[in-house]
Design a protein around this ligand. Structure first.
Ligand SMILES: Cc1cc2nc3c(=O)[nH]c(=O)nc-3n(C[C@H](O)[C@H](O)[C@H](O)COP(=O)(O)O)c2cc1C
Length: 87
């Protein structure tokens, strides 16, 4: 291992330090941001959503899921409504 690689490997990584947010105790600070996956049907999450998030879950990690819309206007823009089936 090159000296610089050794320095990096041995340096403390703040992202891997535990963190408490309210009642949640996270094992590390790498948090998945919400992403629009368009896998809900008529605004109802499907089993594919549970599979998607379980594939990305880590012990003590935090995932912020996407929202579902309460009404057609909730998509926020025409493009999302038209392209939702293609995502
Ligand atoms: C409900 C919701 C859905 C989102 N969907 C996406 C998405 O599909 N793609 C994306 O790049 N960011 C999406 N974002 C924004 C990301 O979560 C994130 O804030 C953004 O990518 C900027 O990241 P940064 O704050 O680390 O720079 C979404 C945010 C919310 C609240």
């Amino acid at each position: 291992m090159a000296p610089v690689e050794k320095d990096i490997a041995e340096s403390p990584n703040p992202l891997l330090e535990p963190l408490t947010i309210g009642k949640m105790q996270l094992a590390h600070r790498v948090v998945m941001a919400p992403l629009t996956r368009c896998r809900a049907l008529s605004s109802t999450p499907q089993p594919a959503a549970a599979k998607y998030y379980s594939q990305r879950a880590t012990k003590g990690g935090m995932i912020i899921s996407e929202a579902t819309v309460m009404c057609p206007q909730g998509y926020g823009c025409e493009h999302r409504r038209e392209s939702a089936a293609a995502c």
